[in-house]
Design a protein around this ligand. Structure first.
Ligand SMILES: [Zn+2]
Length: 267
């Protein structure tokens, strides 16, 4: 804030002083000069004090500007230190935080209303993990065992085979097999992953004897919201054949996605 004195006022005072000086010349001693002298001295002392404060004000502003730029610089340094600690810790404790998506496979049971995972029903192609046992404190998926032996996170397998063998796919009835892209914190296990975020990027799903194969995000969303759409697709009577076609499709899509993710055209 710039404080300045009213120049009109100063002008008016100067004019009056000039009149008083003229009258002094003309008439000598004037009445009221004692009070005028008091006012003069009071004004002079306040002006000196004001000038002092103005100089101080300037000095403080300059120091504040330099402090602000130092704070900015130290904040950048702080950011670097924080990132360094996080990176070192993740490396040391094998915390996967994947900047590029990790691909995995999932199975769902297909119902008329939705696709059911082992723990949760999916309502769209994207799923964010929550910890059902211990709330959402800390980074999910948890790796400190607080939520049991298996732990939280969106689960995905590294390959289709163990899924087909591990779950009794022939016995479940209608199933969907998806290729999922895992992002955020991704914890690797022997045969699969637990991730913070998952997105279905290719889906093979059967309903009745109909089989739908798609990598179109909108169609994936539509089918997850309403699995009865699968009934618009061709029928494949043999169960083994349905499973094989779904597997072939998502694995082909995985190969394409890997090329896209790694940015190379060679396999
Ligand atoms: Zn947990």
């Amino acid at each position: 804030m710039d404080l300045a004195f009213d120049t009109d006022n100063a002008q008016r005072l100067a004019e009056l002083r000039e009149v008083v000086r003229r009258y002094q010349d003309r008439y000598g001693e004037l009445e009221g000069m004692v009070d005028l002298a008091k006012a003069n001295s009071a004004l002079a002392s306040r002006r000196r004090r004001f000038d002092h404060l103005a100089a101080e004000h300037q000095r403080i502003q300059k120091e504040m500007r330099s402090m602000a730029s130092e704070v900015e610089r130290i904040e950048r340094w702080m950011e670097f230190c924080l990132e360094d600690v996080v990176t070192r810790t993740r490396e040391k404790h094998a915390e996967g935080w994947s900047p590029t998506p990790v691909l995995g496979y999932r199975l769902w049971a297909v119902g008329a209303q939705c696709l059911h995972g082992v723990k949760m029903a999916w309502s769209s192609r994207k799923m964010t993990a929550t910890c059902l046992s211990r709330g959402d404190q800390g980074e999910i998926p948890h790796t400190d065992g607080r939520c049991g032996r298996l732990g939280c996170g969106v689960y995905a397998a590294k390959s289709v085979d163990p899924l087909y063998r591990g779950f009794d796919v022939a016995g479940i009835g209608d199933v969907a097999l998806g290729l999922v892209a895992l992002t955020g914190k991704v914890v690797e296990h022997d045969s699969g992953y637990r991730a913070a975020e998952a997105e279905v990027i290719a889906l093979g799903a059967c309903f009745g004897n109909h089989v739908l194969l798609t990598a179109d995000p909108d169609l994936v969303d539509a089918v997850i919201a309403d699995p009865t759409l699968i009934k618009n697709e061709p029928r494949i009577e043999v169960n083994r054949q349905r499973l094989l076609e779904m597997e072939t499709f998502v694995e082909l899509e995985a190969r394409r996605a890997r090329q896209w993710i790694s940015g190379t055209s060679s396999e």
